[in-house]
Design a protein. Structure first.
Length: 299
């Protein structure tokens, strides 16, 4: 039923259906084969890929049957709890399909720094991007000692670093004072109850902090609240993994997030133009991957 509802709206490959349904390739292929055998699904080969779609039934006189079947499926959809998640996952898959240049640029990023070229470095690139950053008021949520806060303060109008650890806040504040960073303020507080007023900042930034939140969705909602209209949220966090030791080693509450989960968090509270992508994969085991999610609060 889930397959038919998906294939009604979009032509999809087995790999795309795997991503949407979180099922194995053999299971999906078996279902598709059965649906094709009874004349409900047809396929189309393009190069090495095979795409599946719902068969209209017009060619074999079954159009009315297909229409009636789809009406029944739509009526039943409200009783299938996975349907809403399937729709969100389908939107993500289609975004990735449209962004055909992403894999090319990912490859370029992977080569950056592997070959020596005089003057080319991640530090130099970071400095250039910081120089281009417009002056903004930024909230660094779950900042720790505030390494990113201190970097951002070089160009930001003002940075407010929020953390629940009094020791971290004291350490970061003294470090900023010792280095004469006057536009960086540390505040003791929780990312799920941010000590800022409504609409105070231009950018809400989570850097590897959201997986420490007891309720990540509430933290994202707080980010929306403190942003001005037109402001943006940026989340850098771990892609969902199975390294259970992270709970003990790093006090992680969540073992990362999927792209679909972060999209749903952001869209549910009202963010628009939401994009997600995996931006880094560590070479050493357990091969943690970094996920970037960005959204905009409507003007």
């Amino acid at each position: 039923m889930r397959l038919l509802l998906l294939l009604e709206s979009e032509e999809l490959s087995v790999a795309e259906l795997q991503m949407i349904l979180s099922k194995g390739q053999s299971q999906i292929s078996t279902h598709l084969s059965q649906l094709k055998r009874v004349g409900l699904v047809e396929d189309r080969r393009t190069g090495k890929n095979i795409f599946y779609r719902l068969k209209s039934g017009e060619s074999d006189g079954n159009a009315s049957f297909v229409t009636e079947l789809l009406d029944l499926l739509r009526d039943a959809a409200s009783d299938i709890p996975e349907i809403a998640q399937d729709r969100d996952a389908l939107a993500l898959v289609l975004d990735k399909r449209r962004d055909r240049m992403r894999s090319y640029f990912d490859g370029l990023a992977g080569r950056f720094g592997r070959e020596y070229l005089p003057g080319r470095s991640w530090q130099g690139l970071s400095e250039a991007l910081l120089a281009l950053m417009p002056p903004m008021v930024i909230a660094d949520l779950g900042a720790g000692e505030g390494i990113f806060s201190q970097l951002l303060a070089r160009k930001a109008e003002r940075v407010i670093a929020i953390d629940t650890s009094e020791r971290m806040v004291d350490f970061g504040a003294k470090l900023a004072e010792n280095h004469g960073v006057s536009n960086l303020e540390y505040r003791l507080g929780d990312m799920e109850a941010v000590p800022l007023g409504d609409g105070e900042v231009d950018l809400a930034f989570f850097s590897q902090s959201l997986h420490h939140a007891l309720n990540p969705e509430r933290a994202v909602s707080e980010a929306w609240r403190i942003l001005r209209p037109g402001g943006r949220v940026a989340i850098l966090d771990l892609l969902r993994h199975q390294f259970e030791e992270a709970r003990e080693l790093y006090a992680d509450v969540w073992l990362g997030f999927t792209e679909i989960e972060l999209r749903r968090f952001l869209q549910k509270v009202g963010f628009e133009d939401v994009t997600t992508s995996v931006v880094h994969r560590e070479a050493e085991s357990p091969h943690f991957e970094t996920l970037l999610a960005v959204g905009t609060k409507a003007s």
